[in-house]
Design a protein around this ligand. Sequence first.
Ligand code: GLU
Length: 290
Amino acid sequence: MSPAVFRFAPSPNGYLHLGHALSALINFDMAGASSGQFLLRIEDIDRTRCRPRFEQAIYEDLEWLGLTWEQPVRRQSAHFDDYRAALARLDGLGLLYPSFESRGEIARMVAERDAQGGWPRDPDGAPLYPGNAHSLSVKERAARMQSGARFALRLDMKAALARVESLSFTETGAGPSGETGTLVAQPQVWGDVMLARRELPTSYHLSVVIDDAVQGVTHVVRGRDLFFATGVHRLLQALLGLREPIYHHHRLILDEQGRKLSKSTAATSLRALRKDGATPADIRSMVGLT
Ligand code: GLU
C-alpha cells in the first residue's frame, strides 16, 4: 500500500501563530502515526501579500518546532501553468464565464437585493455573486475581455452540478456543528464561485485541489474554518477527474474574544513566543497537544 500523505499549506503573508502550530503539529503527528509522509506547501499565489521574509520565517519556525518535511517544497507561484491547464479544462466543459462588475457595482446590486427581501451569503459571510454576466453573449464576452477590462472567471455552479453525481466526502474530524463521517458536499452554498481573475490565473480553491492531486495528498488535515470549502473542492475534483482525499477538520485556537487568531496579532506569533522564552514543548502544551 502506498503511504499516507499529509500536508501543511500556509500562506507566507504573515508570521505563523499558535493556530498554524496546531495544524502543522497535528499533520506531522498523524503522518508519523501512520508512517506516512509530511509535506510542506507554500501557498503564495497572492503576489501582492506574500513576502520572501515570511516564507523564510515559515521554514525557521517549523524547524524550531521540531518538524521535518519532504523536499522539494512545492511553492504555488511556480505552478501557474498547472492552474491554467485546469482552467482550460473547465472552460472546455463550458463551465466558466467572465464577470466584469466592479466591487462597487456588486455592492450596489447586493444592497438592492437585500432591500427586496434578502440575498444569500456564502459560508465566509460574503454575498453570492449577484450579477448576470452569465447571460452575456459569447461575442460580448470576448470583446470585453479583449478591451482589457478587469474580469473574474466564475464557475457556473448550476451547470457544474448538473455534470456530477451526488457528491460526498469522508470527514474524520468534525465540522462546526460536529458533522463527521460520510457527509454530503454542498458546493452550491458558494454560488458561482470565482476561480481566477484577469491578473491571476487561479484562486485558493483551484490551486489547493490541483496541488493536493499532483502531490498525491491522501489526508487533508486543516482548520475547521475551511470545512465548507470542502464542498467546492469535491466538486472541482469530480469535474477534473481527480482522486478524493480523506478530510479531517480540526479545532481552531481562539483568542480571548473567541475569534480565530489572525496573522496581524503579533502576540501569538511563534516568533514572539519564542523570543519570550517559550520552548517547542511549551508551544505543544499551549495548543493543547501533549
Ligand atoms: N493556505 C490555506 C491557509 O493558510 C490553507 C489551505 C488548506 O489547508 O486547504 O489557510
